[in-house]
Design a binder for this molecule. Sequence first.
Ligand code: GMT
Length: 379
Amino acid sequence: MRIGITCYPTYGGSGVVATELGIELAALGHEVHFISYSAPFRLNGRNEGIFYHEVPVSNYPLFEFPPYDLALASRMAEVAEFYDLDLLHVHYAIPHSVSALLARQMLARSGRRLPFVTTLHGTDITLVGLDRSYLPITRHSIQESDGVTSISKYLKEKTLADFGLERPIEVITNFVNCDVYAPIRDETERARARRHLAAPEDAILMHLSNFRPVKRVIDVIRIFAAVAREIPAQLVMIGDGPDRSAAEWLAHDLGIHTHVHFLGKQERVSELLPLADLLLLPSQLESFGLAALEAMACKVPSIATHVGGLPEVVEHGVTGLLYAPGEVEAMARGALELLGDRQRFSRMRDAARRDAQKRFCASLVVPQYVRYYEQVLKN
Ligand code: GMT
């Protein structure tokens, strides 16, 4: 198949999923064309069978807001025509599914069919999509999509209820490449790699996100502070975003800044995650929680929240511990109890990897997308 993929190319789960999907599809022999305003950040160096088409957005003095969605629709239609695409797959409904709808209409005039699949990821439904400025057009573009997938059961139910929709939505969960995201088997090698971040006796806690308010990075710092009061520990913060500076200030104010390492955006997350003991993901809401899954695949249990789709990913007491958002003290206690009970901790680490392999490996999930594309093309 020749598949066009559109996503936000910046640091964020939906872009990561779209990019990894493109890479996996290309590895299966499909031709993948990314169409976006810049190249997705995880594409680097792995591009056989993958093409990238930039969307140029002109900014005339008359435009207070350059219409990216229109430029995207034009580019989608062009790329579909030049490269004979079979279908478009857009990630994050706003504005990508609206642009895809326009591209489909443009091509229909010349008798060309260009079905599109929309994958719903999270705030495109739970936050931005419900904003009155976007709700009617988001609802329309979801309704008009040739196929709609959702990354969790939670998000599917939420979409149907909040948008008053009745159309079918296929749940295809996020996935992880279990060969790339994997524990370091050799304990000596792992210990050596950890030494770059911490002393041998230190626990390593990690957080990975786009540092938006929904991620509650302030809670991450507070949880860590409570843990570090009891045991030697280091916190590694991966990513960047609006709340980073507040988190840095708090680490200073609490006097723990020498134990908190802000690494910024990292390309090789799969090399850092296996070094952690625990992932902290105390989000206000997660429709899935890709970071928790990537950590699980590396044998790292999560201290997270039982919100949205997270309980579909992390099983409380088995592959991690789940709390209500804001339960900072309880999360710190949970982390300490777990780290202090070597047998339970080791069982949880094994279960995390096993579960990621059993339910979320790319080799299991990506074929579900391929089957879904085939079904959409057939209809
Ligand atoms: O919805 C967002 O906040 C953005 C989006 C992203 O691009 O990071 O995150 C969502 O999609 C991810 C990938 O499918 C999920 O793992 C995240 O849980 C989801 N975020 C939220 O629901 C807050």
